[in-house]
Design a protein around this ligand. Structure first.
Ligand SMILES: Cc1cc2nc3c(=O)[nH]c(=O)nc-3n(C[C@H](O)[C@H](O)[C@H](O)COP(=O)(O)OP(=O)(O)OC[C@H]3O[C@@H](n4cnc5c(N)ncnc54)[C@H](O)[C@@H]3O)c2cc1C
Length: 364
């Protein structure tokens, strides 16, 4: 994106080359020249931009789980107000209390009765207009399929830089310090923008859900927006996301200590009985035993289950980088495996046999 500006490329020396790899922050040489009309059209005031605007993704009835942690983080690091923007029908009002309880001070409830579905260009136009009105220092999205599609469209309209798939966010006053794995996960790049708004998508599960402040009040604006409706949904398929490891409360996670491929099926049968999902280390993805979508870690997914049961996992730095579990149980034949040092409970034994016994007990 030509408007991207990574303070002299990737700051802090963690990003090796002159470019911000991996993310949408592409160009190391930035000459402050935006495509004609962009920044000027929105007249963003670089001197006064403040606060953080968060795209609040909903299904019309509930917040997307990935949004809550981002709202909590925005409240923690914002030097000004926390703004939310939500596209929803009248029923969206039912979500106000919850949204305010997570730290939003001002909510823009965007309404158009003709729009029933996610409409990326239309939403992007409306978001750019709201951004123009409030002049936020930063704009955050969850890196969900919706957020990944919408964020670049908004960035293009604002002529702003965008860092995709961040795994850490900090702030120094209005300045947003964004971090994300880069160069195939070999380094953690620190990326800064020196124009406003600074934009980022955040990997789901990165930040814990904030504790809601029940009864907290905020201001809401119900705003109509113009629909361009370039996209029409002709049919819909529901994807079964029972196995979405990002939302799982219990994860049975498999590592290189698993000796038989058939143990993977066994783990799925146990997971079904427990209402859990099955995740893994990169070792099992490399073997072709598990899909990449199940990989936890720096170059995989970030997960935050209540319970993570690790079978034959050593606990490499790269694996643990994606793990934010409440409790960890480690099943490992090596008493001194690194993961055992952070586990709440350690079971020393053979992973395949213990999984087999678990299934037998559950079936009984
Ligand atoms: C750039 C980069 C990015 C990476 N990204 C990721 C990532 O996102 N996610 C990820 O997971 N890895 C990632 N890795 C790989 C990572 O470095 C480790 O190699 C990997 O996590 C090891 O997986 P593991 O714990 O399953 O295997 P190992 O490290 O081989 O550990 C196997 C464990 O099983 C135990 N064991 C052996 N036999 C048994 C048995 N019969 N019963 C019980 N326990 C047994 C052993 O004691 C050991 O602790 C990355 C590496 C690089 C270089």
């Amino acid at each position: 994106m030509s408007g991207c500006n990574c303070s002299g490329s990737c700051s802090s020396g963690s990003c090796s080359s002159g470019s911000c790899s991996g993310g949408s922050c592409s160009s190391g040489s930035y000459d402050n020249t935006l495509p004609p009309g962009m920044l000027a059209a929105y007249n963003l005031d670089q001197e006064t931009a403040d606060g953080i605007l968060v795209y609040i993704e909903t299904d019309g009835k509930a917040l997307h789980p990935a949004v809550k942690g981002i709202l909590g983080k925005a409240k923690e690091i914002s030097s000004g107000r926390v703004f939310g923007i939500m596209f929803a029908g009248v029923s969206g009002k039912m979500l106000y209390d919850e949204i305010f309880s997570y730290g939003v001070d001002t909510l823009y409830h965007m309404r158009n009765s003709a729009v029933k579905e996610f409409q990326p260009p239309t939403f992007a136009d409306a978001m750019a207009d709201v951004s123009h009105r409030i002049g936020p220092a930063s704009i955050l999205f969850a890196a969900t399929p919706q957020g990944r599609e919408l964020a670049p469209l908004v960035a293009a309209r604002l002529g702003a830089g965008l860092t995709a798939d961040c795994t850490e966010l900090e702030a120094e006053g209005r300045k947003l310090i964004m971090r994300r794995p880069a160069l195939g996960g070999n380094i953690l790049a620190t990326i800064e923008c020196d124009t406003f708004p600074q934009m980022a998508t955040v990997r789901p599960g990165t930040f814990p859900d904030p504790i809601p402040e029940i009864g907290r009040k905020g201001t809401s604006f119900s705003r109509p927006y113009k629909a361009t409706m370039e996209k029409r949904i002709v049919s819909k398929d529901t994807v079964d996301d029972d196995d979405d490891i990002g939302n799982a409360r219990i994860l049975i996670s498999l590592g290189n200590g698993i000796r038989n491929r058939s143990t993977v099926d066994l783990a799925h049968r146990i997971a079904k009985k427990l209402g859990a999902s099955v995740s893994c280390t990169r070792a099992l993805v490399d073997k072709g035993w598990m899909p990449y979508s199940a990989q936890v870690g720096q170059s995989g997914r970030t997960v935050s289950p209540d319970l993570y049961i690790a079978f034959g996992i050593s606990g490499s730095v790269q694996h643990m980088a994606g793990l934010r579990a409440e409790r960890i149980v480690s099943v490992n034949k090596d008493r001194n495996a690194p993961i055992n040092a952070v586990a709440d409970k350690v079971i020393v034994g053979d992973a395949d046999s213990i999984l087999r016994s678990m299934l037998e007990s559950l079936e009984e």
